[in-house]
Design a protein around this ligand. Structure first.
Ligand code: BG6
Length: 489
């Protein structure tokens, strides 16, 4: 059969990501019989027996996959190696395990090294797996690597050089889990499979595009990481800019990994760079204060564990991106993302320009602009906002919505982002992973903002209450241009 085979070595197998996302995703692939020849080696520091590890895996399936059909059989594919990241001896032992499982499960030498752990070890691990011969295999070898991919362009470059000593670019799968989301993948289809959108998809007909990703969660237990990151690096550099690239890119010649990537890269290359003294014109930052969310009182960012009580870290970003090319000249792409906002929602709103003349001015002073809304999460769907005749009245117009909901029609849960991405990495399809060129361009853009922000203390922090839509400055950013954010409820 054509099912992909793989030995998956998960570095960081006792961590949160493995438990919440990776084990349940591999389980779903197994349950749907998309994979049958596979084995997983959990690699982490803490000592655990294979039995204990398998018990953890089963536990994760019951909790996060909500099912347990064939869970024992599934868990029997899991093995554990207690690992010392910096000891060559430990990699030699891992190689022995890998070789043994390879022949036992007939994995054809196919190996995935999945790094789901603290990024400071990414480089060492890549170098060691090569040096100790783990990458000498007859099958494929692939490195799947979680964010954060660096902290700036410089550090990303250094990390990239380290992993490139052991893996070629086409063997590196940089995860951006937004690219695994059903509706993010749908952007391309909506744009390129419909005669009614692509002809209008430019500065003649589009007024502005708004990308919002709001979260209700606070920083949780991740204060140590988040203090050094902030919303700009945590969400904008990767997820948001990836969505912008998909919205802005030219139609690819073909739907191949290389063609799509090269169009995304061109879109990112067209992002208007900012000088230091221009940052304030284009970007605003926020930090949450205490407030009420879903009826409960929640603390402010500065009161969270491992956070500096005088922290200058942003938990909210709003920005205006200009894409200086023929298609988009003059069309702002407004983006915003924040923690502890009023709702959990990711949405894209494409606002079309007003029609040249309003014939309904006697009843409607202004017509509602046409909107195309792409609902990424929690709802998955598309809404098109049109104007139609108000029933029963004279010629009055009223906005109506044409809505499509994924859940409503298919009645199947769309696969989780991680399930899809893991499967793609086994099949060798890198389309929904980020190429180094995309990472590099995104960092260069983001660095110009973060360098400025780090050099200036934001005296208004905290400047938005938990449970709201963010600071006032985010609204003012659009008001300056005569626009406003469309609500995302
Ligand atoms: C992660 C960020 O990349 O994305 C988190 O590190 C954030 O801070 C998360 O909460 C959001 O992902 P999602 O899928 O819940 O929108």
């Amino acid at each position: 059969d054509n099912k992909p085979t793989a030995l998956i070595m998960i570095f960081g197998a006792t961590g949160d990501l493995a438990k919440r996302k990776l084990f349940p995703s591999i389980y779903r692939l197994f349950q749907k019989e998309q994979i049958n020849k596979f084995a997983v080696v959990g690699v982490a520091r803490r000592p655990l027996s294979n039995d204990e590890f398998q018990a953890n895996v089963k536990d994760s399936i019951l909790t996060f996959a909500g099912e347990n059909e064939k869970v024992d059989e599934f868990a029997s594919h899991f093995y554990y190696h207690s690992h010392d990241v910096s000891s060559s001896e430990s990699y030699i032992q891992l190689k022995e395990i890998a070789d043994r499982l390879d022949s036992h499960y007939q994995l054809e030498g196919n190996r995935i090294f999945y790094l789901a752990m603290a990024p400071e070890f990414f480089g060492t691990i890549a170098e060691q797996v090569k040096e100790q011969g783990l990458t000498d295999t007859n099958g494929y070898k692939r490195l799947v690597i979680e964010k954060p991919f660096g902290h700036s362009f410089e550090s990303a470059l250094e990390l990239n050089e380290q992993i490139r000593t052991a893996f070629n670019e086409d063997e590196i799968y940089r995860i951006d889990h937004y690219l695994g989301k059903e509706m993010v993948q749908n952007i391309e289809v909506i744009r390129f499979a419909n005669a009614i959108f692509e002809p209008l998809w430019n500065s003649r007909y589009i007024s502005n595009i708004q990308v919002t990703s709001s979260e209700t969660l606070g920083v949780e237990e991740r204060g140590r990481y988040y203090e050094k990151s902030g919303a700009l690096r945590d969400m904008v550099q990767n997820h948001i800019l990836q969505m912008v690239a998909l919205l802005a890119m030219e139609p690819p010649i073909r739907l191949t990994t290389e063609e799509i990537r090269s169009e995304k890269v061109r879109a990112l290359r067209s992002l208007r760079p900012m000088k230091k003294d221009e940052v304030n014109q284009y970007f605003v930052r926020g930090q949450y204060a205490a407030g009420t969310l879903n009826g409960a009182q929640v603390p402010g960012y500065r009161e969270e564990p491992m956070v500096d009580p005088d922290s200058n870290t942003e938990t909210f970003v709003a920005g205006k991106l200009m894409i200086d090319n023929f298609r988009w000249a003059g069309v702002p792409f407004y983006i915003r993302t924040g923690k502890r906002m009023d709702i959990k929602s990711t949405k894209i709103v494409v606002q079309f320009k007003d029609i040249p003349m309003n014939l309904y001015y006697k009843t409607e002073e202004t017509l509602h602009p046409n909107l195309l809304v792409i609902h990424i999460q929690p709802d998955e769907g598309i809404t098109l906002l049109l104007n139609a005749k108000k029933t029963g009245t004279n010629m009055k117009s009223t906005p109506v919505q044409l809505s499509f909901s994924n859940k409503g029609t298919d009645r199947i849960n769309t696969p989780e982002a991680y399930e899809r991405l893991l499967y793609d990495s086994m099949r060798g399809d890198a389309t929904n992973f980020t190429h180094w060129d995309e990472v590099a361009l995104s960092w260069k853009f983001v660095d110009s903002i973060s360098n400025y922000w780090e050099s200036t203390k934001e005296t208004s922090f905290p400047n938005y209450e938990s449970g709201t839509t963010g600071p006032k400055s985010a609204d003012e950013l659009l008001e300056k241009d005569g626009h406003s954010w469309w609500p995302v409820e």
